[in-house]
Ligand binder design. Sequence first.
Ligand SMILES: [Zn+2]
Ligand SMILES: [Zn+2]
Length: 229
Amino acid sequence: MRFLAEALAELIAPTRCAGCELPGTLLCPSCDRDLPRIESHHACAHCGAPYGALVCTECWSTEFAFEAAVALGVLDAPLARAVVLYKDANERRLGALLGTMLGTVVSEAWGSWPDVVTWVPPTDAALRRRGFDHAASIAKAVAVEIDRPAHSTLRRTRARDQRALSKAERARNAAGTFRLLDSPFKLQGSQVLVVDDVLTTGATLDACAEALLAAGVCAVRVAVVARAW
Ligand SMILES: [Zn+2]
Ligand SMILES: [Zn+2]
């Protein structure tokens, strides 16, 4: 039955490469090769910017609450297209694919550092618009890849879409936006990895890290699929 359902789904909406629309695969070998990956030895260890290993112009004047960041790649084609297809064109299978790839980056950078993997919760408006929690699927695939548990730990207290805001407005909007959920996982004293799809100014992830640290978490690092640049 499952095979039949998959075959039918394939007939209605054939699987296509997220980068070039080649049929039959979510990411073809050529687009995989062309993915604008960030080389961790060139990247800023603090904010994940692609060329900030020595002096990072993105974050040298910014104090983030999270101690380190990694990204799979730069928010550029074909990765940018994959993120859009995943979030806004309902190609949900990309969540697991991108999460698994990001998990490899995390384990190369930090081994099995985190005690738990969590993610940036969506705004109510984004959840209604998309119908799914987009960062959750990515985070769960990261967690499987690095063999750590994944738990939902945060909720939003105020919802305002970050996308139309300036850098300063984003920082103001994000501050105090997150509260802790009751979680079966004991966060106090733990090392937490927060996952999201894109890091732009870092304000949202910074606010998540602040909320977790205020709850007694000992350290927060972040991992994102794409770093805006
Ligand atoms: Zn392709
Ligand atoms: Zn930086």
